[in-house]
Design a protein around this ligand. Structure first.
Ligand code: NDP
Length: 324
């Protein structure tokens, strides 16, 4: 049997139930993994709450790290005992999970389980945002909301590595300190009553930023759009504060011919070559010391509901992971 956390119905963190399920069997092209640590992500909360349509009950989680325990038919490049991580393995809040081999990354032994669990989803997202959604060129300035969050801290470090400048927003002084340590050039608190656009314009001599990376969504989208210079990029990649309502496309014209995109990681890792190339940049960053994964909190698998409360309650910094 496998220990697992299931969302019994759509709802708040209280719908999560820790218990035992039948150990899943890997089918063709799949592997069974003994999970060392699972990553906690916003997508888990969207699926738990029903923002993203799901069947219930379902085992929660998509990301984790561990050792392969069994390989399915047709698997040639992976063996029992290999250490792996994955960004798309539904049912990862468990002691064992079946993962499609297309989504596996090889994890070096020197990397801790917490960091390996933190890497796939937030790391690859930060990587594609800075290199593909809007490719950062040296000297460009980016606005990064939630600068002390999982994606925020990594995105800031990658933008700096590529020669860009970062203006970040956060909700507390403690988070501001973390964002600065990650390399943000300017950080400000974006609480109630703060005019984000005015602040960004002030910090950019009235020009605006080349790109706004916005994972906060509903509460910041309008201000982000108004903070971008003509022909800059608006990259909306999430909705931590809620989803952005339907949008009049003419606003892109009146805002300066802005390039708007709403990307998702899946589109940037469609082949194993692309997945390997993007993750190689992250492992390179860890190895050479320019990329630091902050694991802000570790919860026991049985306390997954508390992990969701902390993430949704803006109490976390960096990555949140679950261990069995
Ligand atoms: P974070 O660690 O960044 O946590 C979210 C942060 O958002 C909070 O800590 C908080 O920071 C800020 N926030 C602002 N308003 C709210 C609110 N009302 N409720 C909760 N949080 C709020 O999470 P992740 O790094 O895991 O994810 C960041 C975003 O990236 C999410 O929207 C997620 O869905 C998205 N994402 C998108 C992917 C993609 O490919 N499109 C892939 C992975 C993640 P503060 O307190 O400083 O305001």
């Amino acid at each position: 049997m496998t220990q697992a956390v299931r969302a019994m119905q759509a709802g708040g963190p209280e719908v999560l139930e820790f218990g035992e399920i039948e150990t899943p069997k890997p089918g063709p092209g799949e592997v069974l993994v003994n999970v060392e640590a699972a990553g906690v992500n916003f997508i888990d909360t969207y699926r738990r709450s029903g923002v993203y349509p799901m069947e219930y009950p379902h085992v929660v989680g998509v990301e984790g790290t561990g050792y392969i325990a069994e390989v399915g038919e047709g698997i040639e490049s992976w063996q029992v005992g290999d250490r792996v991580a994955w960004h798309e393995g539904p049912g990862s809040y468990a002691t064992q999970v079946v993962v499609n081999a297309d989504f596996l990354l090889r994890v070096p032994e020197g990397v801790s389980a917490e960091v390996a669990a933190a890497m796939p989803l937030q790391g690859l997202t930060a990587q594609y945002l800075a290199t593909s959604s809007h490719e950062i060129k040296p000297g460009q300035t980016a606005l990064v909301h939630a600068g002390a969050g999982g994606v925020g801290l990594l995105l800031t470090q990658i933008i700096k590595h590529l020669g860009g400048n970062v203006i970040s927003t956060v909700s507390t002084d403690e988070k501001a300190e973390l964002s600065r340590k990650a390399g943000a050039d300017d950080v400000f608190l974006y609480g109630e009553g703060v005019d984000i656009t005015a602040k960004v314009k002030e910090l950019t001599d009235g020009e605006g930023v080349d790109v706004a990376y916005d994972g906060v969504g509903k509460d910041t989208f309008d201000a982000s759009l108004a903070s971008i210079k003509p022909l800059g990029s608006m990259v909306l990649f999430g909705g931590a504060s809620g989803q952005v309502p339907p949008f009049d496309i003419q606003r892109l014209n009146s805002s300066g011919g802005i390039f708007l995109s709403r990307p998702s990681l899946a589109w940037f890792v469609r082949s194993s070559e692309e997945l390997a190339k993007r993750s190689a940049m992250l492992f390179n960053g860890i190895e050479h010391g320019w990329l630091n994964f902050r694991v802000g909190a570790t919860f026991a698998l049985a306390d997954a509901a508390d992990a969701h409360r902390a993430l949704e309650g803006r109490e976390t910094t960096g990555k949140v992971v679950l261990t069995a």
